[in-house]
Design a protein around this ligand. Structure first.
Ligand SMILES: Nc1ncnc2c1ncn2[C@@H]1O[C@H](COP(=O)(O)OP(=O)(O)O)[C@@H](O)[C@H]1O
Ligand SMILES: [Mg+2]
Length: 254
């Protein structure tokens, strides 16, 4: 019997800890399932997951897209996507094969303002590659665009990250509202991150999403990031690792 791929996507506004949590998920999955096929996708043009995971990226999905598109006179989306199927081997080439996981970055399209083409690719890639992996972890772009554009349609586990402020948690309420229509998720949960004062936890208000974990502000985590160290350098009891673990356990993933 074929096991269903678990596709985890991490979403939320900018700077709330999406990349930190995504990297922690990848680490925890590699630790829990050393023999599983795990794919980490950096879907944020702002980039960061590669650094958090200690991966060197040579070619991105956008690079592949551009080189394929030179073969298509108009660069029409449909034709390009058909070609993408043929270019699957190149994606496998591009995936940096770490010891324990594969890695794909969408890259940073420089064309002014619009990521829709690479997002359309990303959607196909998620559909195409997910069959080859047991776990896919997607570090999403800040905001709601990739959910709106159904890039995240096939995601099975949607994890929404927020800071503890009402401004922040309202954003996850909004994302959840849109995701309810556009993402075929099995489970959705929230993580509240960078809580300065844990005694405030009872006052944190999240409308319609189960909170999977509350994570405190951790100076060591920030120092780790400032020094360009990876998630694998964090101690096992680092708040982000502990919180991410709690979330994966509540989602019945580990
Ligand atoms: N729990 C935490 N404690 C302290 N700093 C954190 C914590 N989580 C994230 N950070 C810091 O916040 C910044 C943004 O985190 P990041 O994971 O890159 O967010 P995002 O991917 O949502 O933009 C980084 O400098 C990171 O080191
Ligand atoms: Mg990020």
């Amino acid at each position: 019997m074929e096991r269903q791929t678990k596709i985890l996507a991490v979403a939320g506004k900018g700077g709330v800890g999406k990349t930190s949590v995504s990297a922690a998920f990848v680490r925890l999955l590699t630790e829990s399932y050393p023999d599983a096929r795990i794919l980490a996708i950096d879907a944020d043009p702002a980039i960061g997951l590669s650094t958090a995971l200690g991966v060197e990226v040579k070619e991105t999905l956008d690079d592949i897209r551009k080189s394929i598109i030179t073969n298509v006179e108009s660069g029409e989306q449909k034709a390009a996507i058909e070609l993408l199927g043929e270019a699957r081997f190149r994606i496998f080439d591009t995936m940096v094969e770490q010891q324990k996981f594969s890695f794909l970055a969408i890259g940073r399209p420089e064309a002014a303002g619009c990521y829709c083409k690479v997002n359309a690719y990303l959607k196909e890639v998620i559909n195409l590659l997910s069959h080859d992996f047991d776990y896919v972890v997607i570090d999403g772009e800040a905001g709601i665009e990739q959910i709106n554009r159904r890039v995240m349609e096939k995601v099975t586990h949607l994890i929404l990250i927020s800071d503890p402020s009402v401004k922040g948690t309202r954003v996850i309420d909004t994302i959840k509202g849109v995701a309810d229509d556009l993402v075929m998720y099995e489970r959705c949960g929230a993580i509240i991150n960078r809580i300065e004062d844990m005694s405030m936890v009872p006052y944190i208000h999240v409308e319609g999403t189960e909170v999977l974990a509350y994570i405190g502000n951790d100076a060591k985590h920030q120092a780790n990031d400032i020094q360009g160290r990876t998630v694998f350098d964090l101690p096992e009891d680092a708040p982000v690792i502990v919180g991410a673990k709690e979330a994966l356990e509540k989602l019945d993933i580990i």
